[in-house]
Design a protein around this ligand. Sequence first.
Ligand code: 16G
Ligand code: MG
Length: 550
Amino acid sequence: MDLDAVTKQSALHAKPDGLTLQYGTAGFRTKAEHLDHVMFRMGLLAVLRSKQTKSTIGVMVTASHNPEEDNGVKLVDPLGEMLAPSWEDHATCLANAEEQDLPRVLVDIGEKAAVNLHQDAFVVIGRDTRPSSEKLSQSVIDGVTVLGGQFHDYGLLTTPQLHYMVYCRNTSGQYGKATIEGYYQKLSAAFVELTKQASCSGDDQRTLKVDCANGIGALKLREMKHYFSQGLSVQLFNDGTKGKLNHLCGADFVKSHQKPPQGIEMKSHERCCSFDGDADRIVYYYHDADGQFHLVDGDKIAALISSFLKEPLLEIGDSLSLGVVQTAYANGSSTRYLEEVMKVPVYCTKTGVKHLHHKAQEFDIGVYFEANGHGTVLFSKAAEMKIKQLAKELEEDKKRKAAKMLENVIDLFNQATGDAISDMLVIEAILALKGLTVQQWDALYTDLPNRQLKVKVADRQVISTTDAERQAVTPPGLQEAINELVKKYRLSRAFVRPSGTEDIVRVYAEADSQENADSLAYEVSLAVFQLAGGIGERPQPVNITRNLEL
Ligand code: 16G
Ligand code: MG
């Protein structure tokens, strides 16, 4: 390492004094103007990680669903996965080192992680459409270059597309071609193949309105839609030509406000969906004949996909294990439906894609979705090989067809990470094959009324949790208080957890009616305020303050 060169270059990307940031649930995220040094340093870190793993590493510049003024960065590990936890710690140390300590911290990381500095390094970079992203990705490149790393800058990409590129490059192209056309072709071919078997169900069925959050999803979907236009026609809204990124639109807005985004015309019973700002989340929704809004969230996506997969799996007669992974935010009705009606095992992990992804890898076929719309289906290598073999060998027509269908499903899911575009195509294929309307899909089960609130406390780390965030361990007495409150309502459940992305505590409650869910959420918020060092205004009942904010 040429540490003198690092010091010199770093001075051009100097860290503001006293600023400390954490590599959080999905990387660093804050106001764009505070991120230049972080980007440069993540370029440095990506080179070390690449040398250590002898693989291509990805760096994505995005702040997902955050406001346009924010930005962020995350590193992508060799198989398209989130950065390993020990390297998250290195990332935090490196980002927070004062200028004069930077060379020492770099050397330290190299030693701790046993990095062979003579190894070559290759880094791929992608960015979203934020005005700040281009300059910040140049800072990443400066970091990569000063440590002698090679790079390829893909420019504008969705986050899942960057994960895909990393995965392709580290599997010598076996997974697909590491180009944007390669991505479009792979997914579209699988979609067209899968939907061939659908009986034609009229124009209406095959049109989908997509709210692109005024983000990168719009650019990429506009390019891609020609590849699958025979099977599906998508109409883009909030395509970035007018509105502001994530402002009053996008998956996060729709999920948290439980209402349609601005900028989309919805007629009753029309199928609509929203992406988030970097297109790794998707939720569906529609208006019924009475104009009432219905959200079809990540839990229902998981239910649709798992029930669809069960049939061909049964048909091929192979005992491949299927498991569904959720978080504590999964609606109680969805868990009950999956376990009791679908008879599939359901597991709960902590919030954050990396936790779900990790658990899903334990199954031959792991379906994972957060209620907020992050998710995908992972097929183990063994399951994939088995299915591909059966698709070739099986004599009986029906069985071979089932295996072929599964083969297309494997190709259609972005196996590297949750992907709004890939998930959208899978959902559209399933609806077409099953001849389901969005209402029929929504009617798989009825969501329990629920409410989310946030509480400000002096130090949110005083709350620690266990049992996949469903139980509070500290502060003392908090879980007991929650237990007592939950007992007062029917079909109720509540939990609290410190947010990984904001300086607040999140409260979730569900119950048999909206009124009861609101009331339970309020009471739990009060308990948090009293027992966990609340600051500012005391929580108010939901119906008085109309506090529908999350
Ligand atoms: C991040 C996570 C998301 C999680 C959310 C929770 C990734 C790619 N994203 O956006 O999965 O649901 O954080 O935020 O892992 P919270 O901790 O503030 O509730
Ligand atoms: Mg996102």
